[in-house]
Design a binder for this molecule. Sequence first.
Ligand code: TXA
Ligand code: MG
Length: 343
Amino acid sequence: MTTTTLPTDLPPLMHAAVEEAGRLLRSGDVVALPTETVYGLAADALNPTAVAKIFEAKERPTFDPLIVHLPDKKQLDTVADVPADIQKVVIQLIERFWPGPLTLVLPKKACVPDMVTAGLPNVAVRVSSNPVFKRVIQHLNKPLAAPSANRFGSISPTSATAVQAELDGRIPLIIDGGACMHGLESTIIKIEAGSPKNFITILRPGPITPEDLKAFGKVKVETRTVIDEATEAPGQLASHYAPRTPLRLLSKPSDFTPVEGKRYALMSYRGEEKDGYLDLTEFEEIMVLSPGNGKLPEAAVRFFYILRALDQLGVDEIIAEPMFEHGMGIAMMDKLRRASINH
Ligand code: TXA
Ligand code: MG
């Protein structure tokens, strides 16, 4: 299969790209689309044959459920049954954060195929704010299942080029919407009724932070690594987000002693000598997440791009500096830990 990439940076190009994506999606095919978080591999969420193509292209195990994207927040009840006791807080959350990088796990409607939810009674749902994604899904006016557009277990793509590196020859079309605004996958939450406050459990940390959510309930971050496949966030497997090159997350500079003859690259948080990591060895390459002196949203935008670039160097090990564990730093540290457990 030849993979075509269509640009969107002029109105007539956007129009043609939206038409072609719509045509393929309507006929039960998959298309890679930009979202504000990472690129997604989309298919008609209510068509099991189309959804099966996502699993096939990604080589994704069928126990790992997909996120369903809606054309509009008004359509939530077409795929989810919101329990009466959390109805109020769900409405408040979607009024505040949709369209945007927040995914809610809610009881699913019967129309959602079991393949989408991996047989779970719940569906993960969000509305994307990316202008290209919005155009495509509103043109189609159907829910779209879309996991990140990478091979299973690999690094999420934040550009059309990265999608191509992951899925070339396996999908018919990539819509190029430029770089993703946030650069990290959406925050996934589960909500339970409680008094005086509802409970919000973050199943996957992301751009919407515990700080952002605390006005809506008592927030708990669940960053345990899930090995058991029948759990609530099966996607939080240890193997996720891993580069092929072994990666080691340090907690302090003295944790690292280079081995003679080994080649290392450094993922530096802000590239500051005073942090003590830059001179630990003769690094083959040093890439800085936030050259703007340690800004977490800047680091997040560059995170997967830099991880991908470091992975391509062919060094023996990628050494990662720790980051502040607040805001977007929670999600990045979670991903670095998962990547380093792997090796
Ligand atoms: O930002 C994002 O969320 C991106 C863009 C494309 O929207 N999508 C994304 O999808 O990251 P994916 O497949 O890479 O991660 C989805 C994860 C699953 O691995 C799983 O952890 C969780 O969402 N998930 C999906 N359905 C679920 C469900 N019914 N219950 C609990 N967790 C679920
Ligand atoms: Mg993913």
